[in-house]
Design a protein around this ligand. Structure first.
Ligand SMILES: [Zn+2]
Length: 377
């Protein structure tokens, strides 16, 4: 099976990347893969890296080079992903050292940076030098949501390839083929995830994640009073904190352990000299948790928006598929009750809440205001 098999719904991008790897192709030393969250940036970057080192140069998926490249163990392919909020200068410096070395077995040395947008201004400058004067056999593959997430100086030196949101059918097909999901469940999950591959997989494989989403998308039919709104808003924030905990708790503990071990502290009191560094680590972890909660809430609001969108397309009578097919009855009766103007105002209110939260308005306040505003009488 070709390494490109799981890069779905990206005909144009795949064509460009594969073309470049062929003899006489337009190869570049620095690439920037952009695309919305969940569109498969890192999968595409890994497939590209594997193809560059593949023994057949096609990304056959069978040869040792392809398999080790995808598994992250090929000596000439470095995959950099980070759980931290930003990549440090030291991390980027050590990558640049790797980039200087000639490939050991393959034609190229490939460095894939999955979260290139997580670099600070200073770190960009460190990287810039290596990208400006790349060693002849080195290829950088940077991934970011959009070109604007990278400093202009960097992105002007990269060849940009843009991924698009993959179509629902392609995502559903992938879930069936790769994860063994039953077709109708795959379709439902893909539709609900609106083209986000990782989310679709989670909805299809983890009933709890689907249940959480169900609770969100039923809000437009179940919040009737300001009192309901206050209760639901608090519950949303609690649930988001729980969900963020699932991601952050283990990560925090591991980072703390690694830090103490590398500092030579095995249990017992922390020497005063290390307390400052530990405090910095804890502050970073706290920021990451806050951001994770906000990310979860933002996704909740995107889901909520999708219900108003379904009501609005039903109201306008277009022949458009619903995102929330499981709510078809509720959506239809809401469309009979509501005016177009009122539904559009509710959609706008969701977008306003997202903007306010992104602008650091306390999450709970923004949610209370939104749910009270959109309550159905
Ligand atoms: Zn191969």
């Amino acid at each position: 099976m070709s390494v490109w098999e799981n890069v779905i719904g990206q005909k144009q991008a795949v064509h460009t990347l594969r073309q470049a790897t062929r003899p006489g192709g337009a190869m570049a030393h620095a690439w920037l893969l952009t695309g919305p969250p969940g569109s498969g940036r890192s999968v595409a970057a890994a497939a590209f890296a594997a193809t560059l080192v593949c023994e057949t140069r096609e990304g056959c998926g069978h040869c040792n080079a392809c398999r080790t490249a995808l598994a992250g163990t090929h000596p000439d392919v470095s995959l950099v992903r980070t759980d931290k909020l930003s990549l440090s200068k030291d991390e980027v410096r050590s990558l640049i050292q790797v980039a200087q070395r000639s490939p050991g077995t393959a034609d190229w040395r490939v460095i894939v940076m999955e979260d290139a947008d997580r670099m600070t201004e200073g770190t960009f400058n460190v990287l810039l030098k290596s990208i400006e004067e790349p060693p002849p056999h080195t290829v950088w593959v940077l991934c970011a949501p959009s070109p604007q997430d990278l400093a202009q100086t960097i992105r002007s030196r990269c060849r940009v390839v843009s991924l698009v949101t993959p179509p629902v059918e392609a995502v559903a097909d992938l879930l069936v083929r790769r994860d063994g999901v039953e077709p109708s469940a795959a379709e439902r999950a893909a539709r609900a995830a609106q083209g986000h591959i990782g989310l679709a997989r989670r909805y299809a494989l983890h009933p709890q994640a689907w249940q959480r989403r169900e609770a969100i998308v039923r809000i437009p039919f179940s919040v009737h009073t300001a009192g309901d709104a206050v209760l639901r808003a608090a519950q949303l924030v609690d649930d988001a904190s729980l969900e963020a905990g699932e991601t952050c708790d283990e990560l925090d503990a591991r980072e703390r352990e690694d830090f103490l071990r590398s500092a030579g502290v095995e249990g017992g009191a922390i020497p005063p000299a290390l307390r400052g560094q530990l405090k910095t680590l804890e502050d970073d972890q706290k920021k990451r948790r806050t951001r994770t909660v906000r990310d979860v809430i933002d996704r909740n609001l995107i889901d909520l928006y999708s219900v108003y969108r379904d009501i609005s397309v039903t109201l306008f009578g277009g022949d458009v598929q619903l995102v929330n097919t499981q709510l078809a009855d509720e959506v239809r009766s809401a469309a009979e009750r509501e005016s177009a103007r009122s539904v559009v105002a509710k959609m706008e209110a969701v977008q306003t809440a997202r903007e306010r939260i992104a602008g650091n308005v306390p999450v709970l306040l923004a949610l209370e205001a939104l749910l009270a505003r959109n309550a159905v009488s």
